[in-house]
Structures are given as C-alpha cells and as structure tokens.
Design a protein around this ligand. Structure first.
Ligand SMILES: Nc1nc2c(ncn2[C@@H]2O[C@H](COP(=O)(O)OP(=O)(O)OP(=O)(O)O)[C@@H](O)[C@H]2O)c(=O)[nH]1
Ligand SMILES: [Mg+2]
Length: 201
C-alpha cells in the first residue's frame, strides 16, 4: 500500500473526544521507549509526524493520524515507565485501558515488544489482559537492527515459546526496524488486507 497522505488530527486524554466517524484505526501500544512513535513515522515515511525521544515517557496522549483519508494510525502512551510515579502511571493506565476497551473504531492493536529483551512479565500480563477482554491484537518485535540475525531469531523464538504457554493460537507477528525500515511492507499489507475485508462486509 502506498501512503499518499498522513495528517496529524488531534491529541486527547479522553477516548470520548477522539475523532467521530467510522474510519478503522490501528493503534500502537507497548512499554515506554519500545519505538511506537518511531514506527509510525517509518510506516508513513514522515520523520517528524509522531514525536519521538530517547527518554521514555515521551508520548503522553492518544494521538490520531489520518492516513490516505480513510483510516487512522493511533500513537498511544507507553506503559511501565517507573519514573512517572504512581499517580502518573495510574493516569496513563486509565487513558490506555479506556481507549482499548471503549474505542469501537479500533480494529487492531499492535503490541510492540523490544526484540532485544527476554519475555517481560509486564508485556505477557498485558497481552493476557487483552485476551481476557477479547481485543484483537498482533505483535511487532522492534529494534531488530540492534541485534545480529542469529540472536534476533533466538529471542523471537523464545518469546513465541513463552506465548504459546498462554495461547493456543499465536497472534500474527512482525519484525521491524525503524532505522532500517524493516517490516514496513508486511505491516502495511496486513493493514490493507484488514481494511479491504471491512469494506466488503
Ligand atoms: N536502533 C533503533 N532505535 C530505535 C528504533 N525505534 C525506536 N528507536 C529509538 O528508541 C527511542 C524511543 O523511540 P520512540 O519511538 O520515541 O518510543 P515510544 O515507544 O514512542 O516511547 P514513549 O512515547 O516514551 O512511550 C528513540 O531514541 C528512538 O530513536 C529502531 O527500530 N531501531
Ligand atoms: Mg511515543
């Protein structure tokens, strides 16, 4: 799929104020600093569209980007950033949970996982929560450029093994690097296919 237009629309803390209309949307979630905003910039080919930072906790709001004038990419705040303090963490948690549970336009959630790390409890618990609530999601392993091929494969296999203890059927997964533009075609094709199926229903 070609990205012909990508426009920032609105930032929100409240799911009720997100854009009206029935356009499907694809949201990105994961621990702070995992690379959600960078991935949105990579997918859209627009460097400064979503704000990124080497310091965790950059994205604090629900950000809507209108793509090709018929679907949205949504950048969400990261979870698990300890330095926010309990109150800050609770606020972010509420924003994320309300969005995920209440946003009917949310067609698929991409859960981003840092490919360098061994399976993290916080991510596994988060995906378990998604399952309990019947939220459709896929996994994107990020920052693949930081690892050599063998190590990358090993880490991803270890993750999938851990997930298969939790899930009978594994969710679709992708491998990405926003530095090397890895995964772009696969992720955009995946979105395009879902959009097509929605249109034929
Ligand atoms: N090498 C490499 N660095 C990356 C990649 N993706 C993101 N980064 C870096 O990781 C840091 C965090 O990236 P962001 O995209 O801001 O992460 P985020 O998940 O949006 O973080 P929060 O908004 O704080 O939750 C930045 O310094 C990015 O340059 C990648 O694919 N490869
Ligand atoms: Mg961000």
């Amino acid at each position: 799929m070609e990205i012909t237009s990508a426009e920032f629309v609105i930032s929100n803390t409240d799911v009720k104020k997100c854009p009206a209309g029935i356009f499907p949307e694809y949201a990105f979630i994961g621990r702070s600093n995992v690379g959600k905003s960078s991935l949105i910039n990579m997918l859209t080919n627009r460097k400064g569209l979503a704000m990124t930072s080497a310091t965790p906790g950059k994205t604090m709001l629900i950000n809507h980007f209108f793509i090709n004038k018929n679907w949205y990419l949504v950048d969400l705040p990261g979870y698990g950033y300890a330095r926010r303090g309990q109150k800050g963490k609770d606020q972010i948690r509420t924003i994320i949970e309300d969005y995920i549970l209440e946003r009917e336009q949310m067609t698929n959630l991409f859960v981003l996982i840092d490919s360098r790390l061994e399976p993290q409890k916080i991510d596994l618990e988060f995906m378990e929560w998604l399952g309990e609530n019947g939220i459709p999601f896929s996994i994107i392993f990020t920052k693949a450029d930081k690892l050599k091929g063998g190590r990358l494969k090993m880490n991803i296999n270890a993750y999938l093994r851990e997930l298969s203890k939790q899930w009978e059927e594994l969710p679709p997964h992708f491998i990405s690097s926003s530095e090397d533009r890895l995964g772009r075609t696969d992720i955009l094709n995946y979105i395009e296919n879902i959009n097509k199926n929605l249109n034929t229903k």
